[in-house]
Design a protein around this ligand. Structure first.
Ligand SMILES: C[S@@+](CC[C@H](N)C(=O)[O-])C[C@H]1O[C@@H](n2cnc3c(N)ncnc32)[C@H](O)[C@@H]1O
Length: 246
């Protein structure tokens, strides 16, 4: 089932906020993953200049990570299935006089049309929103088809740890899917064990060149999980993958 209406409604509910306020929030939020993306670029693509880089942000929302990368001179494209999020992102980029290409579409649909290949594809917290197996493999295929030969996919995602607190109104099943009750049970997150995530990436044809498990980090899957100790929240993984050489 598509969660597009759920995200769309949540972005619409914040339509009254000023662009300056949103700019402040998204840049603060994205700073950690921005630094990690810069480190990954410097390590794995050291010979490319920022001004020559084509970067695609998947599930970009308001595009905070893309904005910080555009400030370095990269040409940034944002993809999201929420038109409201992309409209807000465009306003944020315009405030700084930065260009951005926005593509509205579902990253799991075979008919999504991305016009070119990218040196870096970034994913700030989209992967764990894809709960179904065919959707995740379609997403991996989309990434693989749109990376340049040396291109890198840089992502941060939540992963399972043995103890996970599940508040009322949520359930967690044997496929590691977190469900929320909104009138009916709805799958909202897939919180894989990090070993299963590594296997999934390998099976999808990627070469994992960096994979780090942040056990001390407590990832909040939804605001109902706020203020819980890190050891009963999901942990985080940061990773960099490339297409395997043929
Ligand atoms: C958890 S939010 C992360 C937003 C942003 N990247 C950030 O880090 O703040 C997930 C984003 O992915 C988008 N999204 C979820 N599933 C998607 C899909 N199948 N295709 C395209 N966008 C999707 C949502 O609209 C939302 O903006």
């Amino acid at each position: 089932m598509s969660l597009q209406p759920y995200y769309e409604e949540s972005y619409q509910s914040e339509s009254g906020r000023s662009t300056v306020d949103l700019l402040q929030e998204v840049t603060t939020y994205s700073k950690g993953l921005f630094n990690y993306t810069v480190e990954s670029k410097n390590r794995f693509l050291p010979n490319l200049d920022w001004s020559s880089l084509k970067i695609l942000e998947m599930g970009a929302g308001r595009g905070g990570l893309g904005l910080l990368l555009a400030r370095l001179g990269a040409q940034v494209t944002l993809v999201d299935f929420s038109p409201t999020a992309l409209a807000q992102a465009e306003k944020i980029f315009n405030t700084e006089g930065l260009e951005v290409t926005c593509i509205q579409g579902d990253v799991t649909h075979p008919d999504i049309n991305l016009p070119q290949q990218y040196d870096i594809i970034v994913d700030s917290h989209l992967l764990h929103c894809l709960t179904e197996d065919p959707d995740r493999s379609s997403y991996y295929r989309l990434i693989s088809d749109h990376l340049t030969p040396q291109g890198i996919f840089v992502a941060e995602t939540m992963v399972h740890r043995k103890k996970l607190f599940i508040p009322d109104g949520f359930m967690f099943d044997e496929r590691n899917v977190l469900w929320q009750m909104f009138g009916k049970w709805t799958p909202i997150r897939r919180i894989l064990d990090s070993l299963d995530l590594e296997k999934e990436l390998n099976d999808a044809g990627f070469n994992i060149i960096y994979f780090y498990y942040y056990g001390q980090y407590g990832f909040v899957p939804h605001r109902s999980f706020m203020d819980l100790p890190a050891e009963i929240l999901p942990a985080a993984v940061r990773m960099v993958v490339q297409n395997k050489e043929l």
